[in-house]
Design a binder for this molecule. Structure first.
Ligand SMILES: [Zn+2]
Length: 368
C-alpha cells in the first residue's frame, strides 16, 4: 500500500477551540485590509455575524455577504464574485455549513477567473491563483473546510458536481465547537451522516493509502463516538470531537476520493431537492450491504471503530437520528440518467467494488 498520494494537499493552518471564531477577522487581517465574510442566515439570526464584525481590528474593511440558502449554484457564485470584485477583496472567509464554505471557497479560487464559470465547472483548469480562503464550519459536516472541492450546481445544464483544484485549499481553518450550538438537531444529524459516509468511503476507497486510512478510520471513530451526543445537545468537548471527525473526513477525501454513495447522492439530490447529508445517510446502509465483501478486513476495522457490527449499527443510527427518507413513497423518474450519471462519477469509480448499472439499479430499488 502506498504511504500517501502523489500530491498531498492540506489546509495551511488549523486553529481549534471554544470561542476561537472571535479571532477570525484578526487572523484575516494578515491577508489584507479588504475582505468578504460569507455566511448563512442562521449565523446572522443568532448574532454571531455581529459579534464577529464587532471584534474586527481597526481599519479592516469587511463586507458581509449572506447566502440565501439551499444548495449553491453557479448563479450564487457569480453574484458573490461580483461583490468580491467590487470590493477589491484581498481574502474571502466563509463561516457556515457546506454550502456557504463551498461558495466562499469557489469565490476565492475563481477571483481572477477569465472564462465563464460554467467552463471551470466543466473542468477547465485555473489560469491564476485566487485569493486566500479562510474557513470556519458551523456544521459537522461536509469537511469542506479541509477539502480542495467545491460542489456547485449548474442549473442550466442540471448538473451538480464537484470542482476540484489544489489551489482551492484553505489557508486557515477555525474549528470552534461554539458554532455548533445553534445548529438544529436535524441538521446535526444530516451533516453528521455526510461526514460519516465520507470517512467510511475514504477508508474503503480504491485510492486509499496508509495516511488516508489512518485519517479516515479516526474520523469514523470520532463521529461514531460523538454524533448522537451532539444531536441530543452535548458539551463543547463532544462538539469539538464531531468537528474533528468531520475535518478528518475532508482531509481524507482530498487524498483518496469517495465511493458509490457520493456518486449516487449528487444526481438524486439534484432531482429530489433533498439535503446532501440526508441522501448520504439514507443510502449508506444499502451501499454497505452492497459492497461489504469488497471491504475485506476493513469491515472488521470499521466495526471496531464504531463499537458494533458496522451494518447493524449504521441501520440503527438512521433510526436513532430520526432520518426520514426523502424517496420512500415517491416515484423514481429519470432512472436511466441517474444510473449513467452515477456510473460516470469520480466518486463511484473510487468504490472498492466496481459498480455496474445493475448495482445502481439495486440501490435505487432499496431507496424507492
Ligand atoms: Zn458529502
Amino acid at each position: 500500500m502506498k504511504l500517501w498520494p502523489a500530491a498531498l494537499v492540506l489546509p495551511e493552518r488549523t486553529l481549534s477551540g471554544a470561542g476561537i471564531i472571535n479571532q477570525i477577522l484578526a487572523e484575516c487581517a494578515a491577508f489584507g485590509r479588504r475582505g468578504l465574510l460569507v455566511h448563512g442566515r442562521s449565523l446572522a439570526r443568532h448574532g454571531t455575524v455581529a459579534s464577529i464584525l464587532s471584534a474586527a481590528p481597526a481599519g479592516l474593511q469587511v463586507t458581509a455577504w449572506q447566502h440565501t440558502g439551499g444548495e449553491p449554484t453557479l448563479e450564487d457564485l457569480a453574484e458573490l464574485l461580483q461583490a468580491a470584485r467590487q470590493q477589491r477583496a484581498e481574502w474571502v472567509a466563509g463561516v457556515g455549513g457546506g454550502s456557504v464554505l463551498d461558495l466562499a471557497k469557489a469565490c476565492a479560487g475563481l477571483f481572477h477567473a477569465a472564462q465563464p464559470l460554467a467552463a471551470y465547472h466543466a473542468g477547465a483548469a485555473l489560469e491564476k491563483r485566487g485569493l486566500p480562503f479562510i474557513a470556519a464550519p458551523t456544521t459537522a459536516g461536509t469537511g469542506s473546510e479541509a477539502t480542495l472541492n467545491s460542489v456547485l450546481t449548474d442549473t442550466d445544464l442540471r448538473i451538480k458536481k464537484s470542482m476540484r483544484d489544489p489551489q482551492f485549499i484553505a489557508r486557515l481553518v477555525l474549528l470552534d465547537p461554539e458554532l455548533l450550538r445553534h445548529c438544529p438537531p436535524a441538521i446535526i444529524a444530516q451533516a453528521g451522516m455526510d461526514a460519516l459516509t465520507q470517512a467510511l468511503e475514504v477508508f474503503t476507497s480504491r485510492h486509499a493509502t496508509w495516511l488516508s486510512d489512518v485519517v479516515a478510520l479516526k474520523g469514523v471513530e470520532l463521529i461514531a463516538a460523538n454524533l448522537e451526543a451532539v444531536y441530543r445537545g452535548a458539551s463543547a468537548e463532544e462538539a469539538l470531537g464531531l468537528l474533528a471527525g468531520s475535518y478528518l473526513s475532508g482531509v481524507g477525501l482530498s487524498m483518496a476520493r469517495l465511493g458509490v454513495v457520493h456518486g449516487l447522492a449528487h444526481p438524486l439530490g439534484l432531482r429530489y431537492q433533498a439535503a446532501h447529508g440526508l441522501v448520504c445517510g439514507i443510502c449508506l446502509p444499502h451501499a454497505i450491504a452492497l459492497y461489504r465483501a469488497a471491504m475485506g478486513g476493513k469491515y472488521a476495522a470499521l466495526s471496531q471503530a464504531v463499537g458494533a457490527d458496522l451494518l447493524t449499527w449504521t441501520q440503527g443510527l438512521g433510526e436513532r437520528l430520526a432520518l426520514r427518507s426523502p424517496f420512500k413513497g415517491r416515484s423514481l423518474n429519470d432512472k436511466e440518467a441517474i444510473i449513467q450519471e452515477t456510473l460516470a462519477s469520480g466518486s463511484t469509480q473510487a468504490n472498492p467494488q466496481p459498480i455496474t448499472a445493475a448495482d445502481v439499479e439495486w440501490l435505487l430499488e432499496q431507496l424507492f
